[in-house]
Design a binder for this molecule. Structure first.
Ligand SMILES: [Zn+2]
Length: 351
């Protein structure tokens, strides 16, 4: 038995855990605005200028960009969360505006040109809302998959050259949360495109296939600072997500945020390495102790360049961060496994 456990420890470093290939975990710092946008379907309000514009929608069932894109912005104030969406549409001249303002409980909205918003206000990956609207501003709303729930959302849409836009105000009273700085909200924007023979379902967050996938929604953080997001790394990865964290903000802000996230990840790794080192010191088998020492040294060597950047307070660019974050997540999974094995080893040697 001892030999088997020792082999498990030696192999832990070679086990492929694929953190690097896991889909990204999305984070959008949501700005508070003094004057809310007017909900008229025109995205020309000064309020929108404060917010980062997000695009890069992928197919609902694979991580590949769709040919017809969607872009959005999100802001908030004390009353509501505001989402402004622009849908690129090469066939926009075929779109016929219909009568707006109806509420739909049977899902007919999804047969047309529609945007679906998913909101998990408590970020518990279960109590989420679905609020959708088509290009006529007909609303569909549900709590999870229960369409009996009604929101007090206000929506307006507009067809214009090259596409159509949607502007929506989602009052906080619908979601039973207070819009305080630092609040993390699970969030996704999806699109149903039915105008072309090849129907297209696209999404911002890398969901598995079904839009109703709160584990894989992206995240809004209200009035976030880089330090705040740095402390929330584990919150965004709740549920076992290992992919790199991607922050949607101006370059300066995201660079500093990645630095804060890296500092936090290094702290976690260092704590795990210390635990592994104390297990190494208690280890009775010289061969296993030597393997652990080698593992610890290799981990420190791998993180050394990241530690240099963090100590020097250097911001990360997006590509550097994705690499560093993937490496650290992979290492974290491996080291946690090594700690688990070493503990098991210590337990068995005491029997
Ligand atoms: Zn989440």
């Amino acid at each position: 038995m001892r030999t088997l456990v020792a082999i498990a420890i030696l192999l832990a470093g070679a086990t492929a855990l694929h953190a690097a290939e896991a889909p990204p975990v999305l984070v959008y710092p949501c700005e508070r605005v003094a004057a809310p946008p007017v909900v008229d379907g025109r995205l020309d309000d000064a309020a929108w200028e404060k917010a980062a514009l997000v695009s890069g929608f992928t197919y609902h069932d694979r991580r590949e960009l769709v040919p017809v894109q969607t872009a959005f912005r999100v802001v908030y104030d004390a009353q509501a969360l505001y989402v402004g969406v622009r849908c690129e549409e090469p066939l926009w001249q075929k779109m016929v505006p219909g009568a707006p303002g109806m509420r739909d409980t049977h899902g007919a909205v999804f047969g047309g040109e529609a945007i679906e918003l998913f909101i998990d206000p408590k970020h518990n990956h279960s109590d989420y809302y679905q609020i959708a609207a088509n290009s006529d501003a007909t609303l569909f709303d549900g709590k999870g998959t229960d369409s009996a729930w009604n929101s007090r959302a206000k929506v307006a849409t507009r067809i214009s050259e090259g596409g159509w836009s949607l502007e929506i105000a989602l009052p906080w009273t619908d979601f039973e949360v207070r819009p305080e700085p630092g609040l993390v909200i699970g969030f996704n924007v999806c699109r149903d495109r039915n105008i072309a023979p090849d129907k297209l379902w696209s999404t911002w967050a890398p969901i598995a296939a079904n839009f109703h996938d709160p584990l894989r929604f992206g995240h809004l953080v209200l009035s976030a600072t880089p330090e705040m997001i740095g402390r929330l790394g584990d919150e965004f990865r709740k549920g076992g997500l290992a992919g790199p964290i991607r922050v949607f903000a101006a370059e300066g802000f995201s660079g500093t945020t990645y630095l804060a996230l890296a500092a936090r990840s290094l702290e976690t790794l260092e704590a795990t390495l210390k635990e592994l080192d104390s297990l190494r010191q208690q280890e009775k088998s010289p061969a296993v102790a030597a393997a652990l020492a080698k593992r610890i040294a290799a981990a420190r060597e791998m993180t050394a360049p990241i530690a240099v950047k963090v100590k020097g307070n250097q911001a990360f660019d997006a590509a550097e961060w994705v690499r560093a974050d993937s490496q650290m997540q992979q290492l974290r999974l491996e080291l946690e496994k090594a700690v688990w094995n070493a503990r098991l080893e210590a337990l068995l040697s005491g029997i």
